[in-house]
Ligand binder design. Structure first.
Ligand code: B12
Length: 350
């Protein structure tokens, strides 16, 4: 019997050396030895992918290395998919998709494969699919459920459009992925029929879904309206922040390629920060701001940059958001532990 810990270590090594053959051989060996395919997906492939993200976050790996390692994991997931397809699908059909702006297609692929392992007939639509395209697929395929994977906070708004499209056709929607956090609060706020924390629970959750669901009611109130207005002003807002945040002026020694320069990281960070505000407005969950500011702090610390710049970014955001009072209030209270100074009032938020 193959030792699982040893397999995980060999798999990690294969990602680091971009060795597709070894990675595929590791998962095939585990499966041939009788390992549960969902455990291989969750404990080997998904776990290793999170390590890839941590290496990028710590400045140890470039974006190019992250891409290369992910391509290896895509091949390994395909190997699991080939294995599970040997058994016929005996349950209903599930469409697995990522909403527009969501480029993390591998988590969706892992969910699709986990569902197929449990007998569901799955159709994978891939990354960043427009809602109108989803509606077309739902009309053509008539699935029993839609499964939506969302890794980045900026795609929660478009995930909501998927929930609207799916429930408008009466089809229940199960959601998951890191953008939903560690509980079902954001999923419920967006009107999803169900949420699951990992691929392990996905099949049981899909099995328990109602056959038909009503259309979700429109999101009403001031917060979703502000989020929609922020989306329209996004270009201007991120432009202002990128121009004024002093991270752009920092000299960083750990950058290994132009794609990993601090300016590129600053662009990503500003986008993520504004998206965290959108997500809090849409879901009523301010942890999106606490989590994102902690993530920015880790990114900066790993690159030897003054972490005081996290609070500076918060202050700039609060100032730029003067037309968006709820958003501004969220930043003042939840970004960087509530240490944001707006400059206009001179006060420190609680
Ligand atoms: C590979 C990768 C990419 C690739 C994706 C390629 C691909 N084909 O998928 C590329 C290079 C395109 C990319 C781009 C970006 N990425 Co990226 N990426 C990753 C990485 C390293 C791995 C993603 C992955 O495959 N995870 C493995 C999956 C399976 O794990 P999981 O998400 O936990 O999924 C489990 C559950 O959540 C659940 N689940 C997931 N989906 C669903 C769906 C349903 C229905 C259910 C029930 C359950 C469920 O089940 C899964 C298995 O148990 C992650 C690190 C990480 N922690 O995941 C970063 C990460 C997600 N990326 C990040 C960032 C910042 C970005 C970029 C903004 C910039 C960048 N670094 O390149 C862009 C944004 C692109 C966009 N708009 O979508 C950050 C997000 C940080 C944050 N605060 O949100 C992370 C966390 C990296 C980090 N540590 O900072 N990325």
């Amino acid at each position: 019997m193959t030792d699982v810990l040893d397999s995980v270590a060999r798999y990690d090594g294969a990602l680091a050396s971009v060795d597709v053959d070894t990675a595929v051989a590791v998962v095939e060996r585990l499966l041939d030895d009788g390992a549960d395919p969902v455990s291989v997906l969750v404990e080997v492939i998904a776990a290793a992918q999170r390590t890839v993200g941590e290496r990028w976050q710590r400045g140890e790996w470039t974006v190019a290395e992250e891409h290369a390692a992910t391509a290896v994991s895509v091949s390994a997931t395909e190997a699991v998919a080939r294995y599970v397809r040997r058994t016929p699908a005996t349950r209903g059909r599930v469409v697995v998709a990522c909403a527009e702006r969501e480029w993390h297609a591998l988590p969706a692929m892992i969910i699709g494969t986990a569902l197929r392992a449990d007998g569901w007939d799955t159709t994978l639509l891939g990354a960043s699919t427009p809602p109108v395209r989803l509606s077309q697929y739902l009309h053509d395929l008539g699935p029993d459920a839609t499964a939506v994977s969302c890794s980045v906070l900026g795609a929660l708004a478009t995930t909501r459009r998927f929930i609207e499209a799916s429930t408008a056709a009466g089809i229940p929607v199960v959601v998951g992925g890191s953008a939903f956090g560690r509980d079902g609060l954001r999923a419920r706020a967006l009107g999803a029929t169900a949420w699951a924390p990992s691929a392990r629970e996905a099949s049981g959750i899909v099995a328990g879904l109602p056959t038909v669901v009503p259309s979700v009611p429109p999101l009403s109130g001031a917060a979703p309206a502000e989020q929609a207005a922020m989306e329209l002003a996004h270009h201007r807002l991120v432009g202002e922040l990128r121009e004024h945040w002093s991270l752009a002026a920092q000299i960083v020694t750990t950058a290994q390629s132009p794609l990993d320069s601090v300016q590129v990281i600053a662009r990503d960070v500003v986008n993520q920060a504004v998206h965290a505000v959108w997500a809090a407005l849409l879901t009523g969950d301010p942890r999106t701001l606490t989590e994102t500011s902690a993530w920015v702090e880790e990114l900066l610390r790993a690159r030897g940059v003054d972490v005081g710049l996290v609070a500076e970014l918060g202050s700039l955001m609060a100032r730029s958001l003067h037309e968006f009072p709820l958003a501004r209030d969220l930043v003042e209270h939840h970004w960087a532990g509530g240490t944001v100074r707006t400059g206009t009032t001179g006060t420190t938020a609680r």
